[in-house]
Design a protein around this ligand. Structure first.
Ligand code: PGA
Length: 256
């Protein structure tokens, strides 16, 4: 794992954005895995500013709520079109987001996996992390070999996401999410985490054991992961100084 600690979310995000921009320029038909939530908002804003050519890019989103229409304001379809897709000239048929209204969810999930495979696999997967250690919506106890499927959210995630539903009890309990096995097949993963609230989950992901009890720890098994943190999210890491030292002394050819 490569851990990149920056003073602010903005500083960390602009390095992550440069990395994605480089991929989009070098491989104009790249396949990106994308995430939603508060964390990648800055990243998407920065990518929009970079005026990249998205016409041949294909995307697969990690997850969606079961039972929400795409036009529901809190759906991840709405999130993506509002915060990125609507503003970059992406081709609609190249965009894939799980269908929260699928009648036959297992069949839909199987098709989603097949589409990822026939697109050639994901070149770069953007990830956030939940306060309970989820990636995508793979909640604790998710199989580390799991594929795209339905999951039930933890009470903690329901609380964390209530803000998108005007508070209260309206957050759907079920979601469709890429599995941990699906995520681990991406050729490269890039995880962003900001703020003190994420610090305990970040520490367990990087310095704890690999365990389904903390799904993000599965990223330790991936050969190409970059973790972008601000100082607050890094505040519980025992070896933070070593990670800073590594980043400060990278050979030139490894610099982003
Ligand atoms: P957040 O969510 O970016 O809104 O904190 C992250 C996640 O749940 O993966």
């Amino acid at each position: 794992m490569e851990i990149i600690i920056q003073p602010t979310p903005g500083a960390a995000t602009s390095i992550a954005a440069r990395l994605i921009a480089r991929l989009v320029r070098e491989k104009p038909d790249a396949v990106l895995g994308l995430a939603t939530g508060g964390t990648p908002l800055l990243l998407y804003r920065e990518l929009m500013r970079m005026k990249l050519d998205w016409r041949r890019i294909t995307t697969f989103n990690l997850d969606e709520y079961v039972g929400l229409k795409p036009e529901h304001p809190a759906s991840y379809h709405s999130f993506m079109w509002e915060n990125l897709f609507g503003k970059i000239g992406i081709v609609r048929r190249n965009v894939h987001i799980p269908d929260g209204l699928a009648r036959d969810i297992p069949a839909f999930c199987e098709r989603y996996e097949k589409k990822i495979r026939s697109a050639g696999g994901i070149d770069l997967q953007v990830l956030g992390i939940g306060t309970d250690g989820h990636i995508g919506f793979n909640e604790p106890a998710s199989s580390l070999a799991s594929r795209t499927r339905i999951k039930t959210l933890t009470p903690r995630t329901l609380r964390d996401n209530a803000r998108y539903f005007g508070g209260g009890k309206k957050v759907p309990h079920h979601v469709i999410t890429m599995g941990i096995g699906t995520i681990l097949e991406a050729r490269q993963c890039l995880l962003l985490a900001f703020g003190r609230k994420k610090a305990p989950a970040v520490a367990r992901m990087i310095e704890g054991p690999v365990t389904a009890a903390h799904p993000a720890s599965a990223l330790q098994l991936h050969p190409r992961v970059k973790i972008f943190l601000d100082e607050e999210a890094a505040s519980r890491l025992k070896r933070a100084d070593y990670y800073r030292f590594i980043y400060a002394h990278k050979p030139d050819w490894q610099r982003i």
